[in-house]
Design a protein around this ligand. Structure first.
Ligand code: ZN
Length: 343
């Protein structure tokens, strides 16, 4: 379909996914290639269609990004500029189940204070990128936030002409973790800057946002689970299609080859693991971000996640990777964790 762009763009997108770590460093340092609206990523997972939409990229201090990992190690995987800033992505996941259109995470949005904009630049590209993919705000039935840090729920709301906060996705039911929302009302001094109440409080007050305890199935095939570490109540969003894709290039029941361009044989589960594994460079269990409030818990949660995701060949969606939004995590012959391309 025209809205997904010509086949050449898919080829380019796949080539980007397939690039090696060395090339990735090169790409990260060449700003023109960091991310492009037209490099759309789309796959079929069973009967569901999954697409990545970006809110753009933003600069993030390398030390904050990689915690206690020495720069001599992380700089082999990710480039940093002269100020030690790396490039972070803002990847949202759109799921079309056939019945609902579900948006996981809403990026940084357009309501940052002037001070925050100086640090994070506020790319604010999500709505434009959705529009380029043929998705209007009114098309979204469900919005799910893994947690409530400003770079994950920023487009939940916008200011209207009169300055009032209104939902960006007017028809959508919103979901977020209850414990995260309770914490966000009284955060610690350490991370209070990460919460912007206008992103969620008006939705909770109006009843448009439902708070979750973890473990719920929001619609058939889409469920949530708490993976603590980054925060105490951050959720992973697990997408498990009722049926498994049959073979590469063959559409599922009711679909057409064009509508389902990259079915992946035998895989029917994907997980938006959010800030537990923010990029492909954070796959190792000990490579956590210094933003994590509970770093030891991050390690335990990663182990729990891999215990299911690796043997069952889940597709992991990386919230902040600027070039590789999803991959399968595998162990190589030496036991080292690697990201394997999915398309
Ligand atoms: Zn976060």
């Amino acid at each position: 379909m025209a809205r997904y762009g010509p086949g050449l763009q898919h080829d380019i997108a796949r080539a980007v996914v397939a690039c090696t770590i060395g090339l990735r460093v090169l790409v990260a340092s060449a700003k023109a290639f960091v991310w492009h609206t037209e490099l759309m990523h789309r796959i079929a997972v069973g009967d569901f269609e999954l697409s990545i939409f970006s809110d753009g990229t933003y600069p993030l201090d390398g030390g904050a990004f990689f915690g206690v990992v020495p720069k001599v190690m992380w700089s082999k995987k990710v480039a940093a500029d002269e100020r030690n800033y790396c490039t972070a992505g803002l990847n949202s996941l759109l799921i079309r189940t056939g019945r609902q259109t579900v948006l996981v995470e809403t990026g940084m949005g357009n309501k940052l204070s002037e001070r925050m904009r100086k640090f994070y630049s506020q790319p604010a590209q999500l709505l434009d990128n959705l529009a380029a993919g043929g998705v209007a705000p009114e098309d979204i039935d469900i919005v799910i936030n893994s947690h409530l840090h400003f770079d994950h729920c920023g487009w939940n709301t916008v200011r209207d002409r009169n300055g009032n906060i209104v939902p960006t996705f007017p028809r959508a039911k919103y979901y977020a973790p209850r414990g995260e929302w309770q914490y966000a009302r009284h955060p610690s001094e350490r991370d209070s800057i990460s919460f912007i109440s206008e992103n969620y409080d008006p939705l909770v007050e109006s009843g448009q946002m439902t708070l979750l305890d973890g473990g719920e199935e929001i619609v058939p095939g889409i469920s949530v689970r708490i993976f603590a570490g980054h925060t105490a109540h951050m959720m992973g969003i697990i997408v498990r299609s009722p049926s498994v894709a049959k073979a590469p290039g063959i559409a599922n029941s009711g679909g057409t080859a064009e509508a389902v361009p990259f079915p992946i044989a035998g895989i029917n589960t994907a997980c938006y693991i959010s800030d537990l594994i923010p990029t492909t460079a954070h796959i190792d269990v000990t490579w956590g971000m210094s933003f994590d409030l509970y770093p030891l818990q991050t390690i335990e949660s990663k182990k729990e996640y891999y215990a299911r995701a690796i043997p069952e060949k889940w597709i992991t969606v990386f919230t902040h990777d600027p070039t590789i939004p999803w991959a399968r995590v595998e162990k190589d012959d030496t036991g080292k964790m690697i990201a394997k391309e999915v398309a």
